[in-house]
Design a protein. Structure first.
Ligand SMILES: Nc1nc2c(ncn2[C@@H]2O[C@H](COP(=O)(O)OP(=O)(O)OP(=O)(O)O)[C@@H](O)[C@H]2O)c(=O)[nH]1
Ligand SMILES: [Mg+2]
Length: 304
């Protein structure tokens, strides 16, 4: 990863770092390792949105390993905490599956305002920079402004946009976008969809229809299905994600807006409970602020 990306990551994770590692330092400084210290660490993790289940697992690990390895001070305990977090987060690293033939198809889902369209814009710019030809499918036909917003990103990033008018069937837009990408030999189709509450059954059905439409044209091609989660809502996103997962096969997660929040610790229970790879994280508004998720860099940015 480039140096500038690492510093952007650090900058973006500042608030979460304060919540997790700075608080850890404060409570563990000069303390002997005993049950009351573990209780304090537990509180730190819970406050940092790490969630009950993950916190329990981490505390059990610290308790057992510190005994085994005869750890004496907070500094060493901190290394143990880093080790455990890395262990959890490593399991959910993953990169985009673009398939073996052209075009790759990436479908974006998520609730209103989670950052789908912005993420598509950033990703589009990255693909174009790498020399790919990109099509953006304006399948959020719910709001007229959504189509305009995507067109702006298409222009900014150098992609082509396929759109219908407001109110059109999203699957019809997807059909045209994928078909035209096939006939023109484009590399990637990024599909923007309307924000939807995971509780609205007909909207979840709409996603299934979009997927069937893609499969009709490209039966062999995997459909990378990315759930975009708003990092500022912390572990509340877990239940949301579970219902999306029930409605359709989610193949990856992108967590956005980690720069604006102290709740970035939620990535830990997200990884642990959902078992879906986190493919990118958003740590700011700029194009380079959408970064591939790298567990080691993430933990380093949180602690060093
Ligand atoms: N700070 C920050 N802001 C972000 C990030 N990603 C998205 N945003 C902002 O979040 C807001 C909502 O983003 P959109 O991309 O419009 O969200 P959406 O999911 O497409 O929203 P709907 O189409 O209404 O469902 C915008 O103001 C974005 O600039 C991020 O990583 N960091
Ligand atoms: Mg949108």
């Amino acid at each position: 990863m480039f140096k500038s990306m690492i510093s952007k990551l650090r900058e973006g994770l500042k608030k979460t770092k304060k919540q997790i590692s700075d608080s850890f330092n404060t409570i563990s400084f000069g303390r002997t390792i005993d049950e009351s210290l573990f209780e304090d660490i537990e509180m730190v993790l819970l406050k940092a949105d790490v969630g009950l289940k993950a916190t329990e697992e981490i505390i059990n690990f610290l308790r057992e390993e510190s005994k085994k390895r005869k750890i004496k001070d907070g500094e060493e305990l901190r290394e143990l905490l880093k080790e455990k977090l890395l262990d959890i987060l490593k399991k959910c690293e993953g990169s985009l599956n673009l398939g073996n033939s052209k075009p790759a198809v990436i479908l974006f889902l998520g609730i209103n305002g989670s950052g789908k369209t912005t993420t598509i814009g950033k990703l589009s710019a990255q693909f174009v920079n790498e020399g790919y030809s990109v099509v953006l499918a304006a399948a959020d036909t719910f709001r007229a402004a959504a189509i305009d917003q995507l067109e702006i990103w298409a222009e900014r990033s150098g992609a082509r946009v396929v759109k219908h008018s407001q109110g059109a069937d999203p699957s019809a837009v997807v059909y045209d976008a994928v078909n035209s990408a096939v006939s023109r030999g484009d590399d990637v189709v990024l599909i923007d969809t309307a924000g939807r509450l995971h509780t609205k059954e007909h909207l979840m059905k709409e996603l299934q229809k979009i997927k069937r439409t893609i499969k009709k044209i490209l039966p062999e091609q995997p459909v990378e299905t990315i759930l975009v989660l708003d990092g500022t809502i912390g572990q509340n996103s877990i239940n949301q994600a579970k219902t999306f997962k029930e409605a359709t096969d989610v193949t990856g997660i992108i967590i956005t807006k980690l720069d604006g929040t102290a709740k970035g610790g939620a990535i830990i229970p997200i990884c642990q409970e959902l078992c879906i790879p986190v493919k990118f994280i958003g740590v700011g508004e700029d194009i380079e602020d959408l970064q591939p998720f790298d567990a080691k860099n993430f933990v380093d940015a949180l602690f060093d």
